[in-house]
Design a protein around this ligand. Structure first.
Ligand code: ZN
Length: 522
């Protein structure tokens, strides 16, 4: 029965059907299969194992058919042997690489870290790395990927801080780093995934002694009243970095709540940074929450692609920030969403160091700005015009700066005209004719009909045509004026309107102390 069952012709086709065999022995087809399986071992003559050349052991006719369909392959024994060999080779490479890493990243003695000599940013980064069970008992700093608490508000920012500390030689990769955290070229690790590697501190003694030494020094300096003086100068920029990361994390979070995935870029960063010139983090949470909500409403209303809806949140954020500032809104601060944890770094700087009872209401940029507030009332209409003229004359990219006499204008004011040269790495230089209208208005804001009147009046100067009309004011624009300008600019017609309000002028003048002095603005 077995012989009949397995017999084939030269082409590999079975000679007898199971049914024919069953009839011959007066049993059922099922019993034929059962008896054959129990009574014999069958091996193929063709095909054979590509490695050892033996036939394959086959269990059924369908197994045989399946084997014939594939050309070269190894039998189970050979495949296991090949895999075992590959495993041995992988272990050998791993052993070799571990030795290479141990040698290359050996714990060696370096200069001791003097915390007071570090930057505020570096000191806070390292202190944050060491907190919250961030290190093992033998003084090895846990890889970022394995940390339970977030080091910084966004993982990108956390990684940037760690990378900077590593590049500055303050922390070193520990020899116990897993070899697959590296990209290897032959026997040399030439790239590293920093999230995956443990670190140890620069210094003398064992790694855990270095940590203890660092923390002892840090504890003496941590409170703001004990800070080295250089740390005070660094506070505003470091705060800004952390605040931008906090705001970015919340924007991504709220958009994700609305099922919109968003990856923040340079535009997001610039928009948020702009917001912190005028608002606190708590107020920014308000703008961000609204922008995400509006982006989601836009998505369900207009059925635009999801990424377009998500990206629109940044434009909405920028518009609401500018409008709120221009109109002088009272912006209600929002609390941090409890689902967004406080990062170790924020906790360390705001609560432990600065001892702020309400970190979200804190903004060192705002308080720095207050003394920079310029005395606009020291100017007359005429001196305001001269100030704008000087500002344009000294600005990079502005040429042919000149006065335009408005002989028949009711206010007899003078506008400043200039050519603005812009450079683009691909298309080269472009020239725009810009007219700057000066409005030294302290008692009331510039309204939409004021702007529209000015846009119409620019027609007088249409030879050569005016590309940009900038309205410079020592005051503000109303919200209606801001929306009017947005709508106008969206049409893409000449002239494009730019709004330069008091805050913008203050920012521009901040880097021009001579002008502030000459015009007695402080
Ligand atoms: Zn084989």
């Amino acid at each position: 029965m077995c012989k009949l069952y397995w017999s084939t012709d030269d082409s590999g086709a079975f000679l007898y059907t199971v049914k024919a065999i069953a009839e011959r022995y007066s049993v059922t087809s099922n019993e034929v299969t059962k008896s054959v399986t129990a009574s014999c071992r069958a091996y193929t003559i063709e095909p054979v194992c590509s490695t050892c050349g033996n036939g394959f052991r086959i269990s059924s006719r369908s197994h045989f058919t399946e084997l014939r369909r594939y050309q070269a392959r190894s039998c189970a024994e050979c495949a296991a042997a090949v895999k075992a060999e590959a495993d041995r080779e992988a272990r050998r490479i791993a052993d070799v690489r571990r030795l290479i890493l141990q040698e290359r990243f050996a714990v060696i003695a370096g200069d001791q870290l003097v915390v007071a000599d570090l930057t505020l940013r570096s000191a806070m980064t390292i202190a944050a790395l060491l907190r919250d069970d961030g290190c093992t008992s033998d003084g090895v700093i846990t890889p970022m990927r394995n940390r339970v608490e977030n080091l910084a508000p966004t993982s990108e920012f956390g990684l940037e801080l760690v990378r900077d500390a590593w590049r500055a030689g303050l922390i070193n990769i520990h020899p116990s780093a897993p070899h697959d955290a590296f990209g290897w070229k032959d026997d040399t690790p030439n790239t590293v995934t920093l999230e995956l590697v443990p670190f140890f501190l620069r210094g003398t003694g064992l790694p855990d002694e270095r940590l203890t030494d660092f923390m002892t020094q840090f504890e003496l300096l941590v409170e703001v009243k004990s800070w080295p003086s250089s740390w005070h100068d660094e506070l505003a920029p470091v705060w800004m970095e952390i605040a931008i990361a906090e705001a970015t994390a919340s924007l991504v979070f709220y958009l994700r709540q609305h099922k919109l995935e968003f990856s923040p870029g340079e535009g997001t960063r610039a928009t948020i940074a702009k917001g912190f010139e005028w608002f606190t983090l708590g107020q920014m949470f308000n703008f961000i929450w609204r922008s995400a909500k509006e982006a989601a409403a836009y998505y369900s209303r207009e059925r635009v692609p999801k990424n377009q809806a998500a990206n629109s949140a940044v434009t909405r954020l920028r518009n609401s920030i500018e409008r709120a500032y221009a109109e002088g809104w009272e912006v209600k601060p929002y609390r941090r969403d409890t689902r967004l944890g406080v990062s170790t770094l924020s906790q360390l700087l705001f609560t432990r160091s600065l001892r702020l009872s309400d970190p979200l209401a804190y903004n060192p940029i705002l308080s720095y700005r207050t003394p920079l507030k310029l005395r606009w009332d020291a100017l007359t209409d005429e001196s305001f015009e001269r100030l704008i003229f000087r500002l344009a004359s000294e600005a990079e990219g502005y040429t042919d700066v000149d006065w335009l006499m408005k002989t028949n204008a009711p206010d007899h004011g003078r506008d400043v005209a200039a050519t603005r040269v812009r450079h683009d790495t691909l298309s080269g230089y472009t020239h725009e004719r810009i007219i700057i209208q000066c409005k030294h208005w302290l008692s009331r804001s510039i309204a939409d009909n004021d702007v529209s009147k000015e846009v119409t009046s620019v027609d007088h100067w249409n030879n050569p045509p005016v590309d940009v009309l900038a309205i410079a004011t020592s005051g503000k624009f109303t919200a209606n004026a801001v929306s009017w300008v947005e709508r106008h600019n969206a049409k893409g017609i000449r002239p494009r309107v730019e709004m330069w309000n008091d805050a913008k002028l203050e920012t521009l003048l901040a880097s021009k102390p001579q002008l502030i002095l000459d015009f007695e603005l402080r």
